[in-house]
Design a protein around this ligand. Structure first.
Ligand code: CTP
Ligand code: ZN
Length: 153
């Protein structure tokens, strides 16, 4: 038996697989899945054995396909995630998330004096490290780590 059989297949929706272990709840936050979320079935699996000695989280969302901005945010905390679009029980599309070298407009700079808060400029961060994430504001050079990123979701 494979591990996947522990978690039911879905009919229509999205399976976010290979999420960095421990990040499933942040993925739910990115997707806006909270107590108030309409009646969509969501399955979360955490610390599932994956490959040699590794672990992963999985999130399955019924009846929903994800938007580009949601994928960008997921790439910040789960750079190896794979996005599987499911229609009528079949995987019809498989995508990976990709973290750009420069992240534009997705997050705000933590520095209250940063010019991006005063001018109509889009925020810009250089991605210095990918896993765990480390960003640096192009304008004021303030750095932001995973904790600062997740606070904004
Ligand atoms: N899945 C699902 N419901 C379906 C079809 C697939 O929940 N109706 C899940 C599988 O359990 C798996 C993921 O979607 O977690 C990807 O499915 P599939 O491509 O069949 O699995 P793998 O070949 O293992 O994919 P990969 O090696 O690319 O991760
Ligand atoms: Zn800044």
């Amino acid at each position: 038996m494979t591990i996947d059989m522990k978690v039911k297949k879905i009919k229509n929706g999205t399976v976010i697989d290979h999420i960095t272990a421990g990040q499933a709840l942040n993925v739910l936050k990115i997707l806006g899945i909270t107590k108030e979320y309409p009646k969509t079935t969501v399955t979360v699996a955490m610390n599932v054995p994956s490959g040699k000695l590794g672990f992963k989280d999985i999130v399955k969302v019924e009846g929903r396909e994800l938007e580009a901005e949601e994928l960008d945010k997921i790439s910040l905390i789960a750079p190896d995630a794979t996005i599987n679009i499911i229609r009528d029980y079949e995987v019809v599309e498989k995508k990976t998330v990709s973290l750009p070298e420069i992240l534009e407009g997705v997050l705000e700079c933590d520095n209250p004096n940063c010019i991006t808060h005063f001018e109509a400029a889009k925020s810009q961060f250089i991605v210095e490290e990918k896993n765990p994430i480390k960003l640096r504001c192009v304008y004021c050079e303030r750095s932001m780590d995973e904790e600062g990123v997740v606070k904004q979701f």
